[in-house]
Design a protein around this ligand. Structure first.
Ligand code: ADP
Ligand code: MG
Length: 665
């Protein structure tokens, strides 16, 4: 639809201010939805109290008197005759309004009432009357330098000048079926609501459209992934697989075996695998991933395992090598921090097929990386990768099978949207012999008790994770930081234990070094931000203390807590928080990631399930999948029908939606 500069009234300065709100195009502008509406209904002077913020209309009853002060300040006073009596109005720095404020003119006054003086100190004066059903005012997110009024003016100007170019993303037959207005009308209503009823209708229309295009994309990707993989079909000898499994140091659980069976069928079938392996922290997904890599090796293909952090990639690498001892399989590790020369070497060997399996971070999907015959891609903790990144992955290698591992059990509603394009295997029960982690919620005032509990563990030569939400002290928060915590802990334990810290701003090798020292039990207490959130496995760490626990969503806490309880000893988790203890106490009563995620979803909506790291492509501008679940289901079914029914194949809209999806990659 074009650039902001094409909208009359938006100059270079305002453009910069709009950029700060991520508004770059006219389309961004007209879909900058109000985050709230203020419902303005007329107050009666008889019902309001001193200091109330009120809105009232009336006629100007005296010639405004303008007073000037030093520094270019001014104040204007006049009397207003309202339905509920006469009141004084006083407003600062609006001298320019005076010429419009003639006696007898109708105005709307918004401000604060001083009852004893019977004066409203006005924040705003507008011309006209309040309508009897009241007025609905959109309230926008702003950047400093922009007013709500500016925003509204820009949006309305854009709608006026470019409204004709706004395209509907709902097929006509569906718009007819639901009696939807076109998008332009709906946007107009959203930004200038004439009534609550109309606003509601327009919102439903826009929510539906957003969910419809999203689900169309999900359905499209699902179909596309179902494509045949021709020559990439895997074949291998089951006995060799069985031998590998028999040599494992433990017996696989029923759920693990079931997942392996499902994966085997995918690999051997003529369709590409696009499967999510979902299971709680510690449920044993990694070994299933390794077995899948082994099967791929047996079939003569390379495989890649992608982890969200270097620490995790390194850990997987070391583990995998252990499991593969005795096999002539070459495994490599590729992360951001290895030397250029070594990287070059790895690229070389990936291309000529000398490397059979590779483990790494995002580096694996960068352009330069070429494979000889990549037959499998696995991503661990896949919620860190969004739908689009997944698509990127899929295009590496000609038609690799894809397996995603996720330890974040997703509420059913949500799974439909973000995992809608995949098949799902679940590991529900953890390997036997694992003890439940005992969780306590403690207040800051109970810190002595917390320290005592910590000392008990340390005396047993067990290790402890301490989590703090921030790295450095920032001016406007008093959140605990890793540095303060380290100092305080050293003080508390009289420097008797080795305490170190790790955080996301450290260089890759520095982090790894510390992590390795922790693995080797050279560090007793490891203070960390959430960088250790995923997957790290240190069996001797039996306690986790999380400061400012209220800052985290329950699912995140559950993930964090899963770092302990990895060995034979009883593990404990202490959540330290002044606030929110009722919500946190859910963590004391359940260890079921699924129940926790449902609870999180109920309490805080979907945004939090993925922390701040969630990828942008599942955040909606207007829809809320918790509240709009019914619309979502409808949109899912409708978009599927629209996609699959060939009678719509000639539709321009259908082509456009498909092109958009392919362009995104
Ligand atoms: P996650 O699902 O969180 O990735 P992991 O795969 O890291 O869990 O498994 C956690 C630990 O349990 C690992 O040390 C792993 O070797 C071990 N493990 C996995 N499967 C079993 C099993 N069937 N029996 C016993 N231990 C197992
Ligand atoms: Mg894991």
């Amino acid at each position: 639809m074009g650039n902001l500069s094409m909208v009359k009234g938006i100059g270079p300065k305002s453009e910069i201010l709009l950029h700060k709100l991520n508004i770059y195009t006219i389309n961004d502008l007209v879909t900058h939805y109000p985050f709230r509406y203020d419902y303005l209904t007329r107050c009666s002077l008889l019902d309001v109290s001193d200091g109330d913020h009120i809105i009232i209309d009336g006629r100007i009853d005296s010639v405004p008197i303008l007073l000037h002060f030093k520094g270019n300040m001014n104040r204007m006073n006049f009397r207003l005759a309202t339905d509920s009596g006469i009141v004084g109005v006083s407003i600062f720095n609006r001298a320019f309004l005076k010429k419009n404020l003639l006696v007898g003119t109708s105005v709307i006054v918004i401000g604060k009432l001083d009852k004893s003086k019977n004066v409203i100190t006005a924040a705003d004066i507008r011309m006209g009357k309040l309508s009897d059903q009241g007025q609905i005012e959109p309230v926008y997110h702003l950047s400093s330098g922009l007013t709500n009024k500016n925003m509204s003016t820009y949006i309305n100007m854009a709608l006026l000048m470019h409204g004709k170019e706004i395209e509907d993303d709902i097929p006509d037959y569906l718009a007819d079926k639901y009696n939807f207005s076109n998008k332009k009308t709906a946007l107009n209503i959203l930004h200038n609501p004439p009534s609550k009823e109309k606003l509601k209708e327009a919102m439903i229309r826009l929510k539906y459209e957003e969910l419809f295009s999203f689900m169309f994309k999900i359905n499209y990707l699902k179909e596309k992934n179902r494509e045949t993989k021709d020559k990439w079909r895997k074949e291998f000898n089951d006995d060799q697989l069985q031998q590998f499994i028999n040599k494992l140091p433990f017996k696989l659980t029923d759920d693990q075996l079931k997942a392996i069976k499902e994966i085997t069928e995918d690999l051997k079938s003529s369709h590409r695998m696009n499967r999510l392996l979902q299971g709680d922290v510690g449920s044993g997904k990694t070994i299933v991933a390794f077995i899948t890599m082994f099967m791929t090796y047996l079939s003569g293909y390379q495989s890649a395992l992608m982890a969200p952090t270097e620490i995790l990639a390194t850990q997987h690498y070391n583990n995998l090598k252990k499991f593969l001892t005795g096999y002539p399989i070459k495994v490599a590790l590729l992360t951001g921090s290895i030397s250029k020369k070594e990287k070059q070497n790895i690229y070389e060997q990936l291309k000529n097929g000398q490397i059979n399996m590779i483990i790494g971070t995002h580096a694996l999907i960068q352009e330069e990386v070429e494979y000889q015959n990549l037959g499998l891609v696995i991503t661990d903790e896949q919620h860190r990768f969004g739908v689009n990144q997944r698509a990127n992955l899929r295009n590496k290698g000609e038609q690799p099978d894809i397996l995603y591992l996720s330890a974040t059990p997703i509420p059913r509603t949500y799974a439909l949207t973000i995992y809608g394009d995949m098949d799902v295997s679940s590991i529900k029960t953890r390997p036997k012999g694992r003890k439940e982690i005992i969780t306590y919620v403690k207040k800051q005032s109970e810190i002595t008790e917390v320290l005592k509990m910590m000392e008990e563990e340390l005396k047993k030569d067990h290790q402890i994770y301490v989590i703090a939400p921030l790295i450095e002290e920032s001016e406007n928060t008093d959140l605990t930081t890793v540095y303060t915590l380290r100092d305080n802990m050293n003080l508390a334990f009289g420097n008797r234990y080795k305490i170190d810290l790790i955080h996301g701003k450290m260089k890759g090798d520095a982090k790894e070094l510390i992590m390795q020292e922790f693995v080797d039990n050279k560090i007793n207490i490891l203070i960390s931000t959430t960088v250790i959130e995923v997957g790290v496995d240190v069996a001797n760490a039996t306690m986790m203390v999380i400061f400012d626990a209220n800052r985290f969503g329950l699912s995140t806490l559950h993930q964090l807590r899963g770092r302990v309880g990895r060995g034979q000893d009883q593990s404990k988790c202490i959540l330290v928080s002044e606030q929110d203890t009722k919500r946190l106490s859910i963590m004391e009563t359940t260890d079921d990631g699924f129940a926790i995620s449902e609870e999180d979803f109920k309490l805080r909506g979907h945004g939090d399930l993925f922390g701040t790291k969630q990828s942008g492509d599942t955040t909606f501008k207007i829809a809320d999948i918790k509240q709009d679940y019914k619309i979502l289901l409808q949109a899912r079914n409708d978009s599927r029908e629209y996609l699959l029914d060939s009678k719509y194949d000639g539709d321009i809209l259908k082509q456009r939606l498909i092109n958009n999806i392919n362009d995104e990659k």
